[in-house]
Write a protein that binds this ligand. Sequence first.
Ligand code: CP
Ligand code: NVA
Length: 306
Amino acid sequence: MPHFLDLLAVPASELRAVLDESHRIKAARGGMPKGRLDKDAPFKGETLALIFEKSSTRTRFSFDMAMQQLGGRGLTVSASDMQIGRGETIEDTAKVLSRFIDGIMLRANSHNTLLGLAAHADIPVINGLTDYNHPCQIMADLQTLEERGGDLSDMSLTWVGDGNNVAVSFINAAAKFGFKLRLSCPKAYQVSDNILAPARAQGAKITVIENPLEAAQDSDVIIADSFVSMGDKDADARLEDLMPYQVTDAIMNAAAKDAVFLHCLPAHRGEEVAASVIDGPQSAVFDEAENRLHAQKAIIRWCFDA
Ligand code: CP
Ligand code: NVA
């Protein structure tokens, strides 16, 4: 079953094809009204369940509109309104939904819940973020970088801040798209070797540089994300520990001229990023947000067409 759970599990050639398809899909729509169907509308009458164990703005609306443009529909449900919220197993949920839904996107607290769903579903399962990773986001981010004229395999990207779920998907993408990735996180917030090792084994070029100004030096892309992710309990300690990793003008100035600033959003100005950076000319954050729609349409096609 073609599930989209983890970039490391998908062959590089297929991810490349998904990204190419995403560029094609975006270009093909031109200035069409947002609710209008794509010319081919390949999934007429098909339904993708959109299940959320935690909050979402971009993922929720972009998947819903993606299915609409593809000719089908998204069916959004909060997990707390389902019987899984009252203890029904994820295995039973997978088997039941497989009987009358065409695919499932899940945003889960625990990656194990997603794996359990995928293991027991006879329909495609797409990862809409877990505590471990956020692969759909990174496909949109890479599309954003390519649109600005870059060849990913020539680029050097720097992640600044918490070594979190979004960082993990950049690490996994580094193994598939050939860019160099620098990780700049305080010691206690670094990504573990368990995560780095399999990506490196697939060819990821990753360096760990604790000092953010040093890590940013001549980098083509600077990336930030929240210091406190959904589900993190220790907000006060995180904010204090991570504040020296705020992406400031000084960090952008250390990077290459015209370096791109990325952030998956939601952002917290004055915490992980200065307002002058995220609202400044080098920021690509709203293109990233838009590209969630296009990239996810390519991902849905990859899952449904297989
Ligand atoms: N970037 C992202 O996944 O945003 P949401 O949490 O709003 O879906
Ligand atoms: N790291 C953030 C990303 C939100 C899209 C979180 O998990 O809350």
